[in-house]
Design a protein around this ligand. Structure first.
Ligand code: MG
Length: 169
């Protein structure tokens, strides 16, 4: 066979965190001015956690909890951007490149439209990929359930990975 062949893997990730007063709101790798933030062992960045879980899933490496157990002091108040970089490097070691990321943030408040560009920039910079290959969507839950009543924020992400296939002669 002439030319380079690639293999592709898709992964999905979700996450949810409670909203509490007195925590900074860290979302999609950026700080958003807001009186409440997300409770978590780490910084509570649901969007980054969903992306990490999608990457781990695509690579067939389990889940975020097995890589960063919330029982370990090492990960207390961890910067989720650093966790994302750890997984980026693990995947890179296995030859994987991220083709694209699509992430949805489910939050009733605050309005996230003005921050989507910054989140895309943060995520694409960490993953060392094209800005245009990272998509960030935000939607409310129409007032329904724990998201709609402002008790929590959640996120859903998909990631596509590719790597060069080993040549067989
Ligand atoms: Mg989480």
């Amino acid at each position: 066979m002439i030319g380079q062949e690639f293999e592709f893997r898709v992964g999905i990730g979700t996450d949810i965190h409670r909203i509490v007063e007195g925590r900074p709101l860290i979302l999609g790798g950026i700080h958003i001015p807001y009186p409440s933030g997300l409770l978590g062992h780490s910084d509570g960045d649901v969007a980054i956690h969903a992306v990490i879980d999608a990457m781990i899933g695509a690579a067939g490496l389990g889940d975020i909890g097995s890589h960063f157990p919330d029982t370990e002091e090492q990960w207390r108040d961890a910067d989720s951007r650093e966790l994302l970089a750890v997984i980026r490097d693990q995947l890179k070691d296995k030859g994987w490149q991220v083709v694209n990321v699509d992430v949805i943030i489910h939050a009733e408040q605050p309005k996230l439209g003005p921050y989507k560009g910054q989140m895309k920039r943060a995520i694409s910079a960490i993953l060392q990929m094209d800005f245009a290959a990272v998509n960030v969507k935000a939607k409310t839950n129409e007032g329904l359930g724990e998201i709609g009543t402002g008790l929590a924020m959640s996120s859903t992400a998909t990631v596509l990975l590719q790597r060069k296939m080993k040549r067989s002669l």
